[in-house]
Design a protein around this ligand. Sequence first.
Ligand code: PLP
Length: 370
Amino acid sequence: MTTRVWDYLDEYANERDDILDAVETVFRSGQLVLGRSLREFEAEFAAYHGMSHCAGVDNGTNALKLGLQALGVGPGDEVITVSNTAAPTVVAIDAVGATPVFVDVHRENYLMDTDQVAAAITPRTRCLLPVHLYGQCVDMEPLTALAAKHDLVILEDCAQAHGARHHGRLAGTMGDAAAFSFYPTKVLGAYGDGGATITDNEQVDRNMRRLRYYGMEDRYYVVATPGHNSRLDEVHAEILRRKLRRLDDYVAGRRAVAQRYAEALADTDLVLPKTVPGNDHVYYVHVVRHPRRDAILEALKTYDIHLNISYPWPVHTMTGFAHLGYARGSLPVTEELAGEIFSLPMYPALSPDTQDKVISALREVLANLS
Ligand SMILES: *Cc1c(COP(=O)(O)O)cnc(C)c1O
């Protein structure tokens, strides 16, 4: 059987009754959009984080995009982030007319190198957008200090960090607002697209609700532009409510998978993920590193194991972002990583048998690299 980095069918087999009950509950409720399931999910997702507000939206990219707009970020503003991220982080910045400004990442943990942020701040900088990549948090203290000093807002990209903690604090609770994705592969995933923002700022939340609803606060009357249609459907909200109750179990399952990899691969020359001291990692993806990455991925295919790279191209090297004017070599660590990283299968329902198959294939491939 083919092995991939992610699969939801095992989870669906375990949770089928609950998922189908969620669907049935919504379909019988008489409300398919902006109803009770969304209200309850928003209240429960906010409460999980100890935050006062949550606004559900249609995907993580729009959570970032509307989140930026809700915080007042727009044309002419610069937003400092990283190029070692999922492209949608940067697509969202671009979509609101702001300019993404990249700093490099740490060689050890692949996260934003916060030492480089101060030098990237200009009079146009309006927002810091740290990405809690692969399942662990960026070092937030330097960023909150810089934001206070330069009067900047912080939007956390939490699309890969549901349930992750930094010195005990949950991802999404350390900035002015945070954006989440519930894309199916994510640590908390819907059966389709979904997203949300959380914040303690009532005005920002009100902005989010208006932005996702055409610019309306009440029906049929646009009070302010810009407006979008970016609502989270009831059926996804209800599925997410059910799955939120199991979020801590999903995280525990991911940690168990990571622990097994750590034990079984410790004596190889594969560079395994390093948890930054003070962080609780949720292993959205299990990223490893090796200079012979391409040969390893090719050889694994003969075992019917097809792995991913998160991500093969740094955002600043993509033709779609050529207008930003970053030359090759401008973010050396990011560019070096892109040639060496790859991801091992990681999801809570990954069976020990499948994981063992991956481990033994990988050990064989590593031993036979010429
Ligand atoms: C998945 C992801 C997004 C985008 O979320 P979608 O729901 O796919 O739009 C944004 N940022 C990061 C870091 C992601 O991993």
